[in-house]
Unconditional design. Sequence first.
Length: 147
Amino acid sequence: MSEKNGSSGAKPDVDALRAEIEQTRTELGETVQALAAKADVKARAREQVEQTKQRAREQVEQTKQRVMAQAAEATGKVRDAALVASDKVRQTAGQASATARDAVAEAGEKAQGTTYQVRRSPLPVGPVLIGVMALVGVILIVRGRRR
């Protein structure tokens, strides 16, 4: 154990021996603890499970942060697209409104023109009524033959 134990005939110092024994006990205790830790499968498994859980929590947090950032970015893009679409709808609605006003005005002018023409040269009411009655008679006769 000691270099002093051996060929020299001097007695080793008692304090030095005690210190050496204490150091050996400490080393032996550490070795026993290391072997016990390796032999304790449950504790090693628990430690491994805890490490795995911690890694999973970290990955979940990182993924959560990435998803939230992407969602915020997508929300911004959707908001921008909605504003552009809203502007286009307003512009198109304005154009449609103007076109409808123009069409109504044109239809009103044509109706006035047609009214003027009808008043200027009215159709004879008698011949028109006779024609409508003849048409109704023909329809009734045709329907009667089908039955």
